[in-house]
Design a protein around this ligand. Structure first.
Ligand code: GDP
Ligand code: MG
Length: 439
């Protein structure tokens, strides 16, 4: 998709008579590419109108980089479509936050609800799972297995066949036990749409969720719009988890779903593994969709992310490099992707990730970020020496982040390596400043 859009823009800017007709042709070609990527046809028509409006062709002077301008207009319009500007749900600490999952069978509910429970658990919320899929015994087994692996408490029944009863009992039990995140998994298994929706409403009434999340398989393409609309009208979900984004799907379905329901996509499922789960970022998503992998695109992309390096640069000037600085740099690399190109930018990291492909490397980075996220503020803002005095904290952090003590140690030595460099660089910067002062 990205290639086609870029080609269309290049054709236009290379054409000798850059007139309005050629511009219209280009917009048309971009729109065809979007429709083929499963973006809803009506949306594309709207997009076409707004690109025409935002790029006023007649007023463009000769000095303007038209290619950049048009590319940026397409990018911005698409970002606008996946960004409903609605705040995603924020659970409250110390309260029972009930979250109910809805979605068709096979969309990835059971997998995603474990991922979400783990995500919140790693951020200090007491989290648990309730299996309200009583359609087959295997459903509870699957949830049990996932939950056990993630060390998340769960509730379900092999004998009770009414999902409404199981959901109510599970939520009541966990509320009494002061759980903060209670996630209810449902079946989505009914053949008849009406039965499915009836069951959803009954469970919803029984557990009174603070948030309902629709799980959407990104490979369903053009069907995404109708499906999201139907679910929205019945279950009135507040956000979407988009799964299987690691697959071959073009991703346009996601754009259609958000645009149809005005609901934010909260998370992406990026694989079958528990850690293959990330917060949704509209700009990053569209960059990937447009395949902005070329160097020029990458540079623009990095600029558009407005990565905040100020704090870290200030620290380095002082010869300091904390664990938080390390985490911020890791997060920046994750945002940028593709990893193989970016890892080289951070000293020592390319060595550590030597021989890994992008997938392994990104999993490694994710795990390092989880480790940081399991630390206390004080630990984050330290140079890590506090862990040497308190090895038990290392074990706690490893457990809290679902990683190992060895990985925590590895992170601490990465920090040490970069801390040493920061010291040298800080000294260099000071020398430079004093020289400039003398001149
Ligand atoms: P449910 O019927 O909605 O509960 O769906 P499941 O959670 O059982 O998932 C259905 C299948 O999709 C399983 O084989 C999962 O491993 C797989 N799956 C779920 N999420 C993802 C994802 O983000 N990426 C990939 N590749 N597979 C996924
Ligand atoms: Mg399931």
């Amino acid at each position: 998709l990205g290639r086609r859009i870029n080609a269309a823009v290049s054709d236009l800017t290379r054409s000798p008579n850059l007139d309005e007709k050629a511009f219209d042709g280009m917009v048309k070609e971009i729109c065809n590419a979007l429709v083929e990527a499963d973006v809803n046809i009506k949306l594309v028509a709207g997009l076409r109108a707004s690109i025409r409006k935002s790029v006023n062709f007649k007023d463009l002077g000769p000095g303007v980089n038209k290619k950049r301008l048009i590319q940026k207009a397409v990018f911005d319009e698409l970002v606008n479509l996946v960004n409903p500007h609605a705040e995603p749900f924020k659970p409250r600490k110390g309260k029972a936050n009930v979250i109910m999952f809805v979605g068709l069978q096979g969309s990835g509910k059971t997998t995603s609800c474990t991922k979400l429970a783990r995500w919140y658990a790693a951020r200090g919320f007491k989290s648990c799972l309730v299996c309200a899929d009583t359609f087959r015994a295997g459903a509870f087994d699957q949830l049990k297995q996932n939950a056990t692996k993630a060390k998340i408490p769960y509730y379900g029944s092999l004998t009770q066949t009414d999902p409404v009863v199981v959901a109510r009992e599970g939520v009541e039990k966990f509320k009494k036990e002061k759980f903060e995140i209670i996630i209810v998994d449902t079946s989505g298994r009914h053949r008849q749409e009406q039965d499915l929706f009836d069951e959803m409403i009954q469970i919803q009434q029984a557990v009174q969720p603070h948030q309902t999340i629709m799980v959407l398989d990104s490979s369903i393409g053009q069907a995404a719009e109708a499906q999201s609309r139907a679910f929205k009208e019945t279950a009135d979900f507040g956000s979407i988890i988009l799964t299987k984004t690691d697959g071959a799907a073009a991703g346009g379905g996601a754009i259609s779903a958000t645009a149809a329901t005005h609901c934010p996509i909260a998370f992406l499922g990026t694989g079958e593994h528990m850690l293959d789960f990330e917060k949704f970022d509209p700009q990053r998503f569209v960059s990937k969709l447009l395949g902005m992998g070329d160097v020029q695109g990458l540079v623009e992309h990095v600029q558009s992310l407005k990565l905040d390096q100020k704090e870290t640069m200030k620290h380095i000037a002082e010869g300091v490099f904390t664990i938080r600085d390390l985490r911020d740099q890791l997060q920046n690399i994750m945002k940028m992707g593709p990893l193989s190109k970016m890892a080289g930018m951070i000293p020592g990291l390319s060595g550590m990730m030597g021989g890994m492909d992008d997938e392994e490397g990104s999993l490694k980075l994710k795990r390092m970020i989880y480790i940081c996220d399991s630390m206390t503020t004080k630990e984050l803002d330290s140079d890590g020496k506090c862990f040497t005095d308190q090895p038990a904290r290392m074990t706690r952090v490893a457990m809290g982040s679902g990683t190992s003590v060895r990985e925590v140690e590895e992170l601490l030595s990465q920090r040490m390596l970069m801390g040493g460099m920061a010291k040298k660089m800080g000294r260099g910067m000071k020398n430079l400043q004093s020289k400039q002062g003398q001149a």
